[in-house]
Write a protein that binds this ligand. Structure first.
Ligand SMILES: [Fe+2]
Ligand SMILES: [Fe+2]
Length: 315
């Protein structure tokens, strides 16, 4: 699958209405709407983390046999995603919470500070320590970092499946378009998940090439898929914060029982089995099918509807 750099048209932000009448109900289901917005912060946070790990990847891996030339392309897609989410994220937190620059991360919101301390800081500080001791990709912290990126990417890929299955495929697209009260947010997430499905095998294969071992072992599946995965816990926390910022009261149970959440867990359990690398024929075919339909059918229709809403002044 060839990776592409898609750009988010200006109209997407115009219709999002970040000035006056922002309607958070981009999804017909209100809890799933809040989860999508919570995810917007988690994705931005991890994309900056991935960018930093991408810099170490460039620096540490010189051997052309080990170096995957797709890795920097994947990281560039992630940089663009973070930039695309930023306007929406800044808008929701405006006047309530602003992100701070931390030693190893340029934009950490207060409600992501725990994730920073628990997850990003020890890994990056460890890489720096290993580097000072002359270690490169063989250092344990860099290995842990590449593993964490690959786990995250696998989980985001499952979110992509869940997103498109639930909202676009199976004849649902037209109905969802009519029921969505914010086509800009719907577009932003769909564009993002399409690119996630496009690149989700890259970091898994990069890990397996460097370390000559499987990423998704039985042990890792037990830890992340059968229990609460890396992504879920952060998504729950940031969804709670986003809900509060938008004046909505929501319980953890509502989040975990929601359609969006359940679809994603099911996709993970179904597809992430031992040795998963996102290139199994069934999974690759599914990824290609969804990305192609987004590019050739859903994206043009959604953009057309956004433009007509803007022209009619009814957004
Ligand atoms: Fe991304
Ligand atoms: Fe990604």
């Amino acid at each position: 699958m060839e990776m592409q750099f898609r750009s988010v048209p200006k109209e997407v932000y115009d219709v999002m209405d970040l000035n006056e009448k922002f309607n958070y109900l981009w999804n017909p289901d209100s809890t799933s709407s809040l989860i999508g917005l919570g995810s917007s912060y988690v994705l931005e946070f991890f994309e900056f983390y991935g960018e930093r790990i991408g810099d170490y990847y460039d620096e540490f891996i010189q051997d052309p046999v080990l170096k995957d030339e797709r890795f920097p392309v994947f990281v560039d897609q992630e940089k663009r995603h973070a930039a695309a989410h930023r306007k929406l994220n800044n808008f929701i937190t405006k006047g309530i919470a602003s992100p701070a620059r931390e030693k190893y991360h340029p934009r950490v919101y207060d409600f992501m500070y725990g994730a920073y301390k628990q997850f990003a800081e020890p890994v990056i500080a460890g890489i720096e320590k290993d580097k000072a001791a002359g270690k490169k990709y063989e250092g344990e912290h860099f290995k842990e970092a590449v593993r964490s990126v690959a786990i995250f990417e696998s989980e985001v890929c499952m979110t992509g499946f869940a997103f498109f299955d639930n909202l676009f495929d199976n004849g649902r697209f037209e109905a969802v378009l009519n029921m969505s009260s914010n086509l800009g947010v719907l577009y932003l997430l769909a564009y993002h998940y399409a690119e996630e499905m496009e690149h989700c095998c890259v970091s898994i294969e990069a890990f397996e090439t460097i370390y000559e071992e499987q990423l998704w072992t039985k042990k890792l599946i037990d830890k992340h898929i059968n229990n609460s995965d890396l992504l879920s816990q952060q998504v729950i926390l940031s969804t709670l914060h986003v809900a509060r910022m938008l004046g909505q009261d929501i319980s953890i149970q509502q989040i975990t029982e929601s359609l969006a959440f359940q679809y994603r867990i099911q996709a993970g359990k179904k597809y992430i089995t031992e040795g998963f690398n996102a290139r199994e024929p069934e999974i690759l075919a599914r990824r290609e099918y969804l990305v192609n339909r987004w590019d050739n059918e859903w994206e043009p229709k959604l953009l057309e509807k956004i433009k007509s809403k803007i022209n009619a002044g009814s957004h």
